[in-house]
Design a binder for this molecule. Sequence first.
Ligand code: PLP
Length: 418
Amino acid sequence: MTEPHYLNNQLMIEDVSLSQLAKEVGTPCYVYSRSELERNYLAYRHALDAFDSQRHKVCFAVKANSNIGVLSVLANLGSGFDIVSIGELERVLLAGGDPSQIVFSGVAKLRNEIERALDVGIHCFNVESETELQRLASIAEEKNCIAPISIRVNPDVDAETHPYISTGLKENKFGINIDQALDIYLRAQQCSSIRIIGIDCHIGSQLTTTAPFIDALQRVLTLVDQLEANGITLEHIDVGGGLGVTYQQEQPPTPGDYVQQLMQVLGDRPQTLLMEPGRSIAANAGVLLTRVDTIKTSDDRHFAIVDAAMNDMIRPALYSAWMDIVPLQANSSAQSHEYDIVGPVCETGDFLGKQRTLAIAEGDLLSVNSAGAYGFVMSSNYNSRVRAAEVMVQGASYQIVRQRETLEDLVKGESIVS
Ligand SMILES: *Cc1c(COP(=O)(O)O)cnc(C)c1O
């Protein structure tokens, strides 16, 4: 079993007891399961292989979890990667990722980022504006090379997810309005340093139904036909990421169901299908471990102040996200109460969960589940807190894939004014 599960009253990831791990590594710490990462990635691959092996690409969205250990597990399986910065590019290369399987997304790519990506020979630039297209064309020309591109269109569909993670509406900053995309493609066709290879969209994150994806794909295909009529034949269609996961009661489609529905819409079109899943590969492959530091009761409210905080895991504070919080082992001598699980940061928004019925005492260890995506990557040093360690479990063993920061790390590069 690769998801967290109890064995003899001990929460386990694979064959590692998380209490034991927390004792050895300390808290807060992120723990990932190698086999769960692999299983989630392979769910996409196998679904795609059922239609046409080799051709399709699954490009893990690095922004969901950019730890080099995590990326190396996926690179070992031959995964592609979707990046949004030069920092993510360097991480993928360090992890052993294949540059020719990298797609570069993001609303504004800087000159140095474009240069580096051209130098290493990435698969495709997902262009998000006309300015970017021109910048890319002129840099490629200077370097005497040809930049492969896809235009990210904004299909104007409502992903019906949290507004902060909805990206496919006209009012969002992402992509090129689908009505203007044909013009931009025609302009791109005139540039000798640009090679048009695809089209992409990404409408949002944590989608729990396929309808918005299918809606977006149909709009994209209308444009693909228009392009064809204008002499522009595409090699790939990139549907982005966004498939949701179960945090609480959500019942998102499986990657298998999702791929099957996409394929039905694509029919016998010749284009390769590209996907950029992030959350659905990493979220349920990770947990955040934390220790109850202080139990505090005021009037009728119970607070469990834990050693992880919004700087370690911002999803509850930022999106009001609900994350499951469970003890690493049942405490039979503690009384059960409804707790707000909060961190030590000086913000009222600093909570990991509210109104959770738990039987816990000071010193107990808790797991914040489904924390493998948009967890550590969004962490900060706010309140001058060092960032957590990250650990990869495989089988009965584990490896620290990022050391906990030290107080020296915290002030690295800073100096007093002389
Ligand atoms: C964030 C993002 C993804 C990944 O989204 P998930 O919801 O994590 O699957 C894919 N593509 C682009 C362009 C993104 O910005």
